[in-house]
Design a protein around this ligand. Structure first.
Ligand SMILES: Cc1cc2nc3c(=O)[nH]c(=O)nc-3n(C[C@H](O)[C@H](O)[C@H](O)COP(=O)(O)OP(=O)(O)OC[C@H]3O[C@@H](n4cnc5c(N)ncnc54)[C@H](O)[C@@H]3O)c2cc1C
Length: 393
């Protein structure tokens, strides 16, 4: 048989594309090299479903708007998995962004689709989870959403399956030859080789995107990318009041402190990574950086011995000389040819906007796909929290 769409990768993007393809009625297969979903970046993110307040500083208004629309849909379609939480932004005398700038940013964020915001009265500052209040000028509260990225990925995969998509774990794409009317894939499952035929191929391999692209013939042009690692620490304690959006004293980057599974999640960092994406691990300098941020802002000091867990994920960013923090977070969809694309590779992207990205991909592949009858609409498709937690981490 020949599939309409084969997707490589069971991260959030692969899951989203499989769901969108199956919803559109296409005969869909997803292949994942590991024996479980969300083993790449999609279990190592900051777990925020957000518009990205900080992208307003780099005027990425379209991205913020799109992500806020997707946030609203996820809050409606996956209420067990995506929850609105309060975020606090403390502004100190020596932080770079001034209260008027935060107020302006939050007003714009609300206009683009975020909820409203408040300034917290000074008398309540003492109640804020041990936040240092000497030199504190103002604290703002606004709302964004949090999820469990690995569980969200599983829920989207389950939805794709319920709409008819097939998923195979432990199955690695080795080679693909795309010519004439189809692609012939060569895949390995437990050392056994198998041939799969498909009309179109979606490379949703996250940080492995160029490794997979290099296995396709004729070779699609590969985008020049950097893999930028981001580490999170899990620290003991509870943040009763929600999230804290902190400005790292070392370089003024945004760092989040969040409640996470009865502990605190702190992240993230940005370090250029070269090596096998499957082997990325937190570095000592990242741990030091994050602990410095925590100890700068909170009264309960923490050291390396307090760390319960840590993990690192890889962002795929277009290569440039600029700092990673300021590079675009738009998702780049790269096609093998502008007329009737057969192979499409996803570069970068956000957990939050996986669904809209997936729909764009299916629209781009449509000219080569047979006519099918849609069976669902991903805009309104409910996502159930998985019963059996198969945590990515
Ligand atoms: C530190 C960090 C924090 C982030 N925080 C947020 C956030 O808070 N909110 C947000 O919206 N976004 C966030 N992002 C972005 C978001 O997490 C990623 O864009 C998203 O998870 C990428 O998913 P993916 O499916 O493209 O890749 P991945 O999740 O990495 O999945 C790729 C999959 O492809 C598989 N694969 C690779 N090669 C093969 C092969 N040859 N055969 C078969 N399978 C293969 C891999 O095993 C893997 O499972 C963050 C990213 C990072 C790095």
């Amino acid at each position: 048989m020949t599939y309409d769409v084969v997707v490589i990768g069971a991260g959030i993007h692969g899951a989203g594309v499989a769901q969108a393809a199956a919803a559109a009625g296409y005969c869909t297969l997803l292949l994942e090299q590991y024996d479980r979903p969300a083993q790449g970046t999609s279990s190592k993110s900051s777990k925020l479903i957000h518009g990205g307040l900080r992208y307003l500083e780099s005027a990425q208004f379209g991205l913020v708007r799109e992500c806020l629309v997707e946030r609203r849909r996820l809050l409606e379609n996956a209420p067990q998995l995506v929850k609105l939480v309060p975020f606090h932004i403390p502004v100190y005398r020596n932080t770079r962004r001034r209260p008027w700038q935060i107020r302006l940013g939050l007003s714009l964020y609300a206009l683009l689709g975020g909820k409203g915001f408040q300034k917290i009265p000074e008398r309540d500052w003492n109640t804020l989870d041990g936040l240092r209040n000497d030199g504190l000028d103002a604290v703002f509260r606004y709302y964004d959403a949090q999820t469990d990225d690995a569980l969200l990925t599983q829920a989207v995969l389950a939805s794709a399956q319920s709409l008819g998509a097939e998923i195979r774990y432990g199955c690695e794409l080795q080679q693909a030859r795309c010519e004439g009317n189809a692609c012939i894939l060569n895949c390995h499952t437990q050392g056994k080789s198998e041939e799969i035929h498909t009309c179109t191929l979606v490379n949703a391999a996250g940080p492995w995107v160029n490794t997979v692209a290099a296995r396709i013939q004729p070779a699609p042009e590969q985008l020049d990318i950097d893999l930028v690692q981001g580490t999170h620490l899990v620290l003991p304690g509870q943040l009763q009041h929600g999230m804290y959006y902190l400005e790292a004293p070392q370089d003024q980057r945004a760092v989040f402190a969040m409640p996470w599974q009865d502990n605190i999640l702190l992240g993230t960092t940005e370090f250029l990574y070269q090596g096998d994406p499957g082997e990325v691990t937190p570095r000592q300098e990242e741990t030091d950086y994050l602990l410095t941020v925590w100890n700068h802002y909170f009264k309960n000091k923490m050291g390396a011995d307090d760390i319960i867990d840590s993990f690192a994920g890889l962002r795929v960013l277009p290569r440039s000389r600029g700092k990673a923090f300021h590079r675009t977070r738009e998702t780049l969809l790269h096609i093998d040819t502008t007329r009737c694309p057969r192979v499409l590779s996803i570069y970068g992207g956000k957990l939050t906007s996986y669904r809209s990205t997936a729909e764009k991909i299916i629209r781009q592949l449509q000219p080569l796909l047979p006519t099918r009858t849609p069976c669902a609409n991903t805009q309104t498709q409910a996502l159930e929290a998985p019963q059996q937690s198969q945590r990515g981490r």
